[in-house]
Design a protein around this ligand. Sequence first.
Ligand code: TXA
Ligand code: MG
Length: 310
Amino acid sequence: MRINLANIKKAEKLLNKSECVAIPTETVYGLAGNAYSDQACKKIFKLKKRPKNNPLIVHYYNYQKLAKDCNLNDNFYKLYKKFCPGPITFILRLRKKSKISKFVTNKKKSLAVRFPRHPITRTLLKKLTFPLAAPSANISSKLSAVCTSDVKEEFGKKIKYILEGGKSSIGLESTIIDLRYTPKILRLGGLEVTQIQKIFRQKIFIVKNPLKVISPGQFKLHYSPDMPIRLNVKKINSSEAFLLIRKKKENKPNYFYLSKNGNLKEAAKNLYTTLRKIKNSKYDSIAVSKIPEKGLGKTINDRLKRASKF
Ligand code: TXA
Ligand code: MG
């Protein structure tokens, strides 16, 4: 991807003034603001209509910049060396001296941090004198955005600038791992848990409903295309869109393929785009054929399950 420095400069100028800018990452687009600025962080919550008690992820260029804000431990360094920059988010202890806005953490003592791999956002992060708070660039509980037109569809003219970065190459949010105690997974994501297990040479516990831990009773519905979803479907109804993982012999206008041949990486990349396409068409519900519970299929199933709690 060509890096347009004039575009990055424009984003930098706005961010320096505590404005919000959408940024590309390899997972999904983020709605970014200066993580040290109360004003910028308040704007993010408002634009996203996000409940104030749902903390923000903060994006850094490298661990040297992060060391000012968080306590880093051996498990962090092990994973950082192997997977960063990339689709993994760490929950770490916030340092007392940290300059992170209290709005980011909802006054909690932990921080979610990530080092995105997208070259445009890396160039931007390198130039800035502060890290970027950037939750996914969608209205709270709705479908995530994987290209600039998705971001426009979510926010219209309310957003000052969208930094163009093409389509997100992974298409699913980062995997979240809590490293404050014994490592545990808080969200399945773009990095397979088996990869992380290889580094630690042991199984890692996956928390079933982490959002309950952060703030009980909130956020039941997520990643929603605003219509009912049925999972593991063999036979569909005539008014349904059918979401499939591989091409069938018979092709019908209401068949939507995540991949031609069941490739789960390709399916992950196409998930949100396809759900958005269905959302903007005439169908009143979505039927999903069985998706294998392995590799990124686990993350796809996780997202569809959360989206189906209509
Ligand atoms: O791939 C990604 O992670 C994307 C890109 C833009 O980086 N970001 C993203 O952000 O998915 P968001 O805000 O949509 O999801 C972050 C999740 C939320 O569910 C939030 O509750 C959780 O991270 N989170 C944030 N801070 C946390 C903390 N201190 N402890 C536990 N969970 C936290
Ligand atoms: Mg999100």
